[in-house]
Design a protein around this ligand. Sequence first.
Ligand code: ADP
Ligand code: MG
Length: 394
Amino acid sequence: MQQPNKGLTLVSTEVQANQYAEHRLKQSDEIFRLLVDSVKDYAIFLLDTDGKVATWNQGAERIKGYSADEIIGQHFSRFYPKEARESRWPERELEFATKEGRFVDEGLRVRKDGSSFWAYVVITALRDQTGVLRGFSKVTRDLTERRMLEERTRQLNRELRGRVTELLESQRLVELRTLELQKLSGELLRVQDEERRRMARTLHDELGQELVALKLELDSATSSELKGNRNLIHATELASSALQKVRNMSYLLHPPLLDESGLLPALHWYFEGLQSRGQLRITFEYRPILFPRLQREIETAIFRVIQESLTNIYRHAETQDARIELIQEPDSVTVRVRDFGKGIPDLKFGTGIAPGVGISGMKERVKQLNGELRISRAEPGTLVHATIPTLDQV
Ligand SMILES: Nc1ncnc2c1ncn2[C@@H]1O[C@H](COP(=O)(O)OP(=O)(O)O)[C@@H](O)[C@H]1O
Ligand SMILES: [Mg+2]
């Protein structure tokens, strides 16, 4: 059998391998060129050692506006604004890249049509294996859009800060107005209480005294020569009833006992009146048994809360049964008025719908004294719960 010529085979394999490597090199060179050329978002090009444009890609054409024919061979300083050119800034960039190997910058650049854009630029010095400078690569990215976005973000932030400041300012104003309103409504409540006291006194002391005098006159007439006169008897009855009404009105406007003897006697008097007229059946519990006197405003507020709650029960709850608890705690006083009626409609609380004057009046009164008043459904019925601090009042 003939042996194959090994030496020849070796040589031809080597030649083939070299050719193949060369082919691959060419191919990858071409692919690389294609890659660079097809990049559209970056201008990627080469400068010769003098700064003249040597290659151009699609990205460069897109960003700067020149075609390859127009720009190859031109000095790259034409991409810079006039002032930069005059101060020889482009040349300084190349010097810097030559010295340091690389130069990175952000700044204004000029397009072919004279418009400018914000560019991110990297210049890299290209040296061969022996270290000789062969030119520069330049990669430029158009940051105009990013700059605009940044500027827009900054502007929005500025606007936002402005709005927040305005908001804080109006919030402050609202707080101020709320304080003023609170002061005003506190003042109104005080004036109202004072006015009720005054009217109660006038009714009792003036109208009441005159009615007493009238009744005495009528009584003495009835017991003397006009005895048995039916008109007179009727007039006496009318005078009695008018006197009773005036007294009741006066006491309801402002129970004199409230100022003189305190909350408990005033409440007892008030409940007796309601029960004797058959309006409500009231269970009243209080602690401690020796209930102390409280500050005048607090006593008035509690009396008014109970009065308004009972009036509401009488008018709206469709029940006759009410339970009242009054508890003096170490640093607060709590009052609970509960009925067992149909319950307050859902709409009236918790939904932001303003309740009637009665409920809001109670709330305002209690709030004026730094307390809190809540109204809830009690299943069955309604519970009015108010707590007023007593420590900081004295
Ligand atoms: N105890 C209650 N039971 C049922 N409904 C009540 C009770 N208290 C109040 N309400 C309801 O809440 C509303 C608001 O009460 P209020 O503020 O005192 O105003 P007013 O009594 O003048 O209607 C009443 O109209 C009534 O519908
Ligand atoms: Mg009411």
